[in-house]
Write a protein that binds this ligand. Structure first.
Ligand code: PMP
Length: 353
């Protein structure tokens, strides 16, 4: 159990208009901070007024990107409670990120306690308009001032919170995806399976290119043969082909999404055949679109929950999915997950707290 010291703000901020929140624009009154010092371990857990941080310009995070992060949400129910969705899964994923980046791990129960404590402190910031949420961003940075390449001997773990608007302001609608065959996101032995800032910096060029071509996201192919589908933007990606639901295996290049995991569990419970072990060639997806067996395509992630895909462009060829309509499995997953997250339907899976 962490002994969290709480220092409350003396100057609470005005809350933003809940109908104009957008994403990542506003921050709550408080932040959680915990330090790591070699020999001492993680220490001094505290909640403080939200404030800028001051670091030595030689802090290792700026030079060698020894940094980790997570993304999760707190949801307000109609009867005024606040729910977290599987926070222990974010804690476990952060541990695997830390392991890969030589950052000391944070115990799962300490991570969950810290998240709960910050949400409790800023509970009035969890918005109540339909489909809004409090986005939570836990992250760890290497703070030692040192220019040699080696693991830092000091770190700071911080959680900030940002009230966020409805992802689909005009209702869920399918998006157009550009299948990227030049840039890659991840390679075997690399960092594709963890959440570190460098992965996202390296993904920007592909994203900018897709936007310039009129597509909303990139579908990433594997980094070795550029043959197998992996992820779509910062979401996992599912394909329903001839009745079978397929998604890329998490073999080291694909982020194990918590929404992905939850979709697989729900789909299997509903009796669908799910294949998340076999890699899926993009050529098979394009062929399925041609012969009429590509039934549904959707992305999954904390931000959008479920994002239907209406079109894929690969090497100049266009595949239209389900006449650009949201498919029934896509819709059912969206309704079930958002129903559980916002407490609109009973949480039979025991996923919320
Ligand atoms: N892939 C990538 C690259 C991501 O950044 C995310 C968002 N965390 C996901 C997949 C989806 O993960 P989750 O369902 O845990 O949000």
């Amino acid at each position: 159990m962490l002994d969290i010291k709480v220092t409350r703000t003396q100057t609470p901020k005005a809350k933003p208009d809940q109908t104009k929140l957008g994403f990542g624009t506003y921050y709550t009154d408080h932040m959680f901070v915990m330090d790591y010092t070699e020999g001492q371990g993680w220490h001094s857990p505290r909640i403080e007024p939200y404030h800028p941080i001051s670091l030595d310009p030689a802090a290792m995070v700026f030079h060698y990107a020894q940094e980790s992060f997570e993304g999760m949400k707190a949801y307000r129910t109609a009867d005024g409670r606040v729910l977290l969705f599987r926070p222990e899964k974010n804690a476990a994923r952060l541990q695997s990120t830390h392991k890969r980046l030589c950052i000391p791990e944070i115990p799962v129960e300490d991570f969950v306690q810290a998240v709960r404590a910050l949400v409790h402190e800023d509970k009035d910031w969890v918005p109540s308009e339909p489909d809004t949420s409090l986005y939570l961003r836990p992250f760890t940075i290497a703070t030692e001032a040192h220019l040699g390449v080696k693991p830092s001997n000091t770190y700071q773990f911080i959680i900030i919170a940002s009230p966020s608007g409805a992802y689909y302001e005009e209702g869920m609608s399918p998006v157009k995806i550009y299948v990227e065959d030049e840039y890659v996101r991840a390679t075997p032995g690399g960092t594709g399976f963890i959440k570190c800032g460098g992965n996202y910096a390296a993904s920007l060029a592909g994203q900018v290119k897709a936007h310039e071509l009129g597509y909303s996201q990139v579908l990433w192919l594997d980094g070795v043969e550029r043959k197998y589908v992996e992820e779509v933007g910062s979401m996992n990606c599912f394909f329903k082909i001839d009745g079978v639901i397929r998604t890329a295996p998490c073999v080291g290049t694909v982020l194990p999404g918590i929404t992905r995991m939850s979709c697989i569990e729900l789909l299997r419970k509903w009796g669908y055949e799910v294949d998340c072990e076999t890699r899926l060639p993009i050529a098979d997806v394009m062929a399925a679109a041609k012969n009429g067996t590509l039934e549904e395509v959707f992305g999954t992630g904390t931000a959008a929950v479920i994002s239907p895909v209406g079109e894929l462009r690969y090497e100049g060829e266009i595949a239209t999915v389900n006449d650009f309509q949201t498919g029934p499995v896509t819709q059912r997953l969206y309704d079930t997950l958002t129903g559980i997250q916002w407490g609109k339907i009973p949480d039979e899976m025991g996923w919320t707290q």
